[in-house]
Design a protein around this ligand. Structure first.
Ligand SMILES: [Zn+2]
Length: 92
């Protein structure tokens, strides 16, 4: 079982490269059971989609039209430095 720190680390790494299957499975398992990491993964994945749409070849997402690239980049890098949501584990 991954710790929250490891899980959020994997979420961030997964933005840059394809994770090995066993890591993806471990991450998915953790996210299913951990509300804090679930929220973290959802937020960072949604944001990454904005960035990917903006810089990728695909059609631009509606939201990316409202965000200048440097702003998206700044948000993305600050999210990577975000601390894992460890407190949420006790919340239930
Ligand atoms: Zn967690």
């Amino acid at each position: 079982m991954l710790s929250c720190k490891e899980a959020t680390q994997l979420v961030s790494e997964g933005l840059d490269r394809e994770l090995p299957l066993w890591q993806r499975l471990g991450l998915r398992l953790h996210v299913v059971m951990c509300r804090g990491c679930s929220r973290f993964a959802r937020q960072i994945t949604a944001l990454n989609r904005v960035v990917a749409d903006h810089y990728g070849d695909g059609p631009p997402a509606e939201v990316s039209e409202h965000l200048p690239p440097d702003t998206v980049q700044r948000i993305k890098s600050s999210l990577r430095q975000a601390t894992p949501p460890a407190d949420d584990q006790n919340g239930k």
